[in-house]
Design a protein around this ligand. Sequence first.
Ligand SMILES: Nc1ncnc2c1ncn2[C@@H]1O[C@H](COP(=O)(O)OP(=O)(O)O)[C@@H](O)[C@H]1O
Ligand SMILES: [Mg+2]
Length: 266
Amino acid sequence: MTAKIVTFGISKGGCSKSTSSGITSFLLSNEERVLAIDMDGQGNLTSFLTGEYDICNVFEDRTILEAILQGDARPYIIKVKENLDLIPANDFLATLPRKMFDKGLNLDALQNALKPVMEDYDWIIIDTPPALSEQTVMPLSTSSEAGSYAVVMFDGSMFAYYAIPKFLEIIEGAKERYNPSLQTAGVLFSLIDARAKENEVMIEAVDEDYPDMKFNTIIKRKASTRRLAIEGFEGNAELKNALEYYIPFVKELKERVSQKQPQRSN
Ligand SMILES: Nc1ncnc2c1ncn2[C@@H]1O[C@H](COP(=O)(O)OP(=O)(O)O)[C@@H](O)[C@H]1O
Ligand SMILES: [Mg+2]
């Protein structure tokens, strides 16, 4: 079985990309084999899944940067728990574009690094930075026979509203140029600023602009979800509460992915 790839993105920060990709990886790994990949030098997904915040030292020379440059992900995979592996990131990921240039690598560099492990997983879940740079374009350009999907994160803000069409354009570009198997799984509303009255207006606007793209599940703000970054998943007494909105989301994601057959280029 080849892994399905799901990339979480949007060029605005604070839209719950790292939290959502981390929780999705965790939940999927209850039943299937998951590789989570951190493509953001902030290393938030890395910290979220490992509880380790000293990422520069702890993961020195053991990150997605080295995996891409070496063209082989295998030596850089760490085990988080049963069925859940991670390729970490740290601040040195900022040097990726220059090092790729020096080595003459192109946007298929992540694809090449992942080739040896594609059969080892059911899902590869990728967190991206709030930028439309190589670190976002490369995951979107990575194809799989089982399909490659993008989840567009939206936090209900005006800034994110205007970031959506730009991210969709990047998705279209990656699909046309590098990855015909790429499809948009949907827009995930993570309304973590529950106080904002404008949310309703923004939900309607996005629904009207992008019909049928919104996941039915809307992630709402929860202190227990926020505390996952502190408490972790293991032995967390409020875990059930923290995951409440994500359980139906992951169910929906799986349904959408199984309905969207990979498109074959002919
Ligand atoms: N459902 C939620 N409820 C409460 N806080 C959340 C929720 N989702 C994310 N957060 C918090 O919001 C902030 C931004 O989330 P994060 O996942 O880092 O976004 P991004 O990766 O898009 O920048 C973090 O402090 C995170 O803990
Ligand atoms: Mg993040």
